[in-house]
Design a protein around this ligand. Structure first.
Ligand code: ADP
Ligand code: MG
Length: 290
């Protein structure tokens, strides 16, 4: 093994926005059988926007938005920021007792009652029925929207549909990886219907959805237990343990510091196609070394 080849490749990678933090990653990247992509912020841009609000009978959109924004003021989640931004023209009361419900949503107390908001799992856990909103929720998820269910004082009062654009090179990256006989998997905390639709648009057929933050690393471990070498690509605090667990962890440069600290490789341009470049670079390096 020539340290020179490693140095040259590391430099070449860096010049192209692909930062290898250690030489072993450069070698391990040649052996990957599977690449696991986080969805939000990795395959998508991570700048979600509210695109539709559906209300229950005799409830206005503003009531739904105001209740949701009251809770989301206290949350750092990207979905929360989208909701707060959309509610910027409304007067939002300061809630009490804010609590983040990891991987599901959040809750808080307002003058009108307790607000629960988040995914379907949270509604089910709280025994909050969707009633007449069921069909709308199914439609929105089928369209690839993330649905934030909003419940006030024991009743689901509306749905906030949120869209996050797919990164322009995501599809090409997936098709190139598959051409190289590398399996591609999507791993997300979002629900199966939404995740499946986005995966289909990108060309990914294996989807692990509804995965709680604490379970992401375990999913990587399960793949490794089948004898596969796993690369993980992620951006969030959520993804950090999975990035560490993977044989090679790749962090999106626009992501969180925690993700970048946990990764072996940082993709400075936040471009999923740079995964292909990183693997090609590592293969070329290994050829020079033997
Ligand atoms: P992801 O893997 O997509 O980054 P998370 O693990 O952070 O997702 O959350 C999983 C799901 O829980 C989200 O898709 C969303 O439906 C719901 N959720 C979590 N936090 C919030 C929040 N603050 N507001 C609304 N929904 C939330
Ligand atoms: Mg993410």
């Amino acid at each position: 093994a020539t340290p020179m080849a490693v140095m040259v490749s590391t430099g070449l990678g860096a010049a192209n926005g692909i930062l290898f933090k250690n030489a072993s990653a450069l070698e391990d990247a040649t052996k990957l059988d599977v690449i696991v992509f986080d969805k939000t912020g990795t395959l998508t841009v991570g700048q979600p926007e509210v695109v539709e609000i559906v209300t229950a009978d005799s409830v206005t959109e503003d009531v739904v938005l105001a209740a949701a924004a009251a809770v989301e003021q206290g949350s750092a989640h990207p979905l929360a920021q989208a909701i707060v931004r959309r509610a910027s023209k409304l007067t939002i009361a300061a809630p009490t007792g804010f609590e983040s419900l990891d991987g599901m949503g959040a809750r808080a107390e307002t003058a009108e009652g307790t607000v629960y908001l988040g995914n379907r799992l949270l509604m089910d856990t709280q025994k909050l029925a969707l009633g007449s909103l069921t069909a709308a929720a199914t439609r929105l998820q089928g369209d690839g929207r993330t649905v934030v269910h909003v419940a006030l004082a024991g009743r689901v009062i509306g749905l906030i549909a949120i869209a996050d654009a797919i990164r322009p090179t995501a599809k090409a990256a997936v098709s190139k990886l598959r051409a190289q006989k590398i399996q591609v998997v999507m791993l997300t905390g979002d629900n199966a219907a939404t995740a499946k639709r986005i995966a289909t648009d990108i060309g990914i057929d294996t989807v692990l959805a509804d995965v709680l933050p604490a379970q992401k690393a375990a999913k990587v471990k399960e793949l490794q237990a089948t004898g596969k070498k796993v690369g993980m690509v992620g951006d969030g605090v959520n993804d950090a343990p999975a990035l560490t667990q993977a044989n090679v962890g790749f962090a999106i440069g626009a992501g969180t510091d925690v993700a970048m600290d946990s990764a072996d490789v940082v993709l400075m341009k936040s471009d999923p196609y740079d995964i292909v470049g990183a693997i090609e670079l590592s293969r070329a390096t290994l050829r020079k070394m033997h």
